[in-house]
Ligand binder design. Sequence first.
Ligand SMILES: [Zn+2]
Length: 85
Amino acid sequence: MPAPEESVTLRTFGDLILHGYKLTGFCRRCGVHKVIDLAAVRPNRVYVGATFRCKACNGAVEITLSPIATSNSDATPALDKWRER
Ligand SMILES: [Zn+2]
């Protein structure tokens, strides 16, 4: 049975901020990754199916949801972890 913390519902941009997630956009045409400013989006807007456009080329931006790295987990590069063994 999953812990209550693991079954959070992420529906809106407000939920993402609340639960420490970030949204990254990738423009295929420009080959550029950019972090989407969640604070600039209405908090009650549903992020699923939301579309963003690249400011540079006006192309569609693919969005990726990921947890914001905490100080002791994702911030450590994999190579550093290997070196400890
Ligand atoms: Zn672009």
